[in-house]
Design a protein around this ligand. Structure first.
Ligand code: ADP
Length: 445
């Protein structure tokens, strides 16, 4: 019985505002009219109604207090998160009035939350020594250098800005807080300070650049000497010829690693230096494919190229760089194949979009499922290929992906372990898709 009353009382906690008032009014009216006037309502029942109504009122009040307490604790939790964020957090309203800066934003912009909160940021403040950096981050077009990292008109908006005085390299993500009707209430800008990372990366790249340049000169000389020894040994000494040939293979590999490292350092510095020119994609793919036929023969792999009957396809590309990208894909398809395997290269138009697609399909070892998201990362080598082909360096796909992206295209693959893989990339048929500025496409897919 007690349990039932308790359960009943509990169920009343759902009663709110108006229903509560009605319940109370009925109970009080019943008491006032007395049982003689309304014999159908015994006094005990009206007392019970009052008790229940009061209990419900108490529970209702307690519920509201709980909700308020909960709201306040969520607020405190959010404030603690914002205060401890490594990234700067700038909140402002649609009229560019600063609502708050967290401590990291205070540090980055050299302005205190106390001073900035309530201030409206206008473009004219871009030259202000105090509010200049904050203004240039709120209006990135005023910064000396801006890179749009996200697609146009897409939220959140990701932009990288490079500021002067002080020298700052900031990567920013802008999001909106909306009301139920879809109106913007606040903008929230997350600011990551990449200045130090960039300085470390630049010094690392400089080191690699210098070391690789220093290595390249003697390696080229060794290659040239070994070629000469090989030639002179022809018909004179098979033993010297074979030894020179083996040594030549090793030194060519060392030269390739050195060149790949130089390419990576240049890509990461955003100065790979593309030279775009008009060309024909059909002829281009055909030339790169033909250049790899001797390698395919050596591995016992049959290579074919088909182009859907398309006679020619005008494109604007950097032939040497895109040639390197396609070379890497076909070379991998040959190397990570099986004896008597096949490599099919197909060129086709992308339906309904001004792009062409080049696919390189092999019948090789495939890519283990748990390694697929690492495939374009620098130095990644599959666990299933290291024995098959010990000589790779894991830089080819990173370079390839960057080249394709810098042409305005996309790259991807499908794979079945032990059955083969298909790597594909697209090339725009309209120049408007080619990025104006060179930038690095990070490791992630
Ligand atoms: P490398 O070939 O020098 O190792 P890449 O960056 O070209 O470097 O490739 C990285 C890794 O991706 C390879 O080591 C291999 O594990 C995997 N891979 C690339 N292409 C293929 C392919 N066609 N089939 C199977 N695995 C591949």
């Amino acid at each position: 019985m007690t349990m039932n009353i308790r359960r009943f009382l509990k169920s009343l906690s759902g009663i709110e505002g108006r229903s509560l008032a009605v319940l109370l009014a009925i109970a009080i009216a019943a008491l006032y009219l007395d049982t003689t006037l309304l014999p159908a309502i015994p006094a005990a029942l009206s007392w019970l109604a009052i008790v229940l109504a009061l209990a419900a009122a108490v529970r209702w009040g307690a519920g509201r207090a709980d909700a308020e307490r909960e709201g306040r604790s969520t607020e405190l939790e959010l404030a603690a998160i914002a205060a401890n964020l490594e990234e700067g957090l700038v909140v402002y309203d649609p009229s560019f009035r600063i609502v708050s800066l967290n401590p990291a934003a205070e540090r980055i912009f050299g302005v205190s939350n106390k001073d900035a909160a309530g201030r409206t940021i206008e473009p004219r403040l871009a030259a202000d020594p105090r509010y200049g950096p904050l203004t240039q981050v709120i209006f990135p077009s005023l910064a000396p250098s801006v890179d749009e990292l996200s697609e146009a008109n897409a939220w959140p908006v990701r932009v990288r800005v490079v500021l002067e005085h002080p020298d700052l390299r900031l990567s920013t993500t802008l999001n909106r807080v909306m009301d139920e009707r879809g109106g913007t209430v606040f903008f929230v800008k997350l600011v990551r300070d990449e200045t130090r990372e960039q300085a470390i990366l630049a010094s690392k790249n400089e080191f690699i650049n210098t070391a690789a340049h220093q290595l390249r000169t003697p390696l080229t000389a060794i290659n040239w000497a070994l070629e000469n020894i090989k030639k002179s040994a022809e018909g004179v000494s098979d033993e010297i010829g074979m030894t020179a040939n083996e040594a030549l293979g090793v030194s060519e590999r060392a030269l390739k690693i050195t060149n790949d490292l130089l390419d990576v350092a240049k890509i990461e510095d955003g100065r790979f230096g593309y030279q775009f020119e008009d060309g024909d994609l059909v002829g281009f793919v055909n030339d790169v494919t033909s250049s790899l036929l001797p390698v395919a023969k050596q591995y016992g792999v049959a290579v074919s190229f088909s182009h859907d009957g398309i006679p020619s396809l005008p494109v604007r590309i950097d032939k040497s760089r895109l040639g390197l990208a396609l070379f890497n894909l076909i070379d991998n398809a040959i190397k990570y194949n099986v004896k008597n395997g096949t490599v099919e290269i197909v060129l086709a138009r992308v339906p309904d979009r001004p792009f062409a697609k080049v696919s390189v399909k092999d019948s090789g070892v495939g890519i283990p499922e748990d390694e697929r998201q690492k495939i374009f990362k620098k130095f990644h080598r599959g666990t299933n290929v290291t024995q098959l082909e010990p000589n790779g360096n894991g830089l080819g796909l990173f370079i390839t992906r960057n080249i394709v992206k810098q042409h305005g295209g996309d790259i991807g693959f499908e794979s079945n372990i032990d059955r083969g893989s298909t790597f594909w990339f697209t090339v725009p048929l309209e120049t408007r898709f080619i990025p104006q500025k060179e930038f690095v496409h990070e490791d992630a897919m």
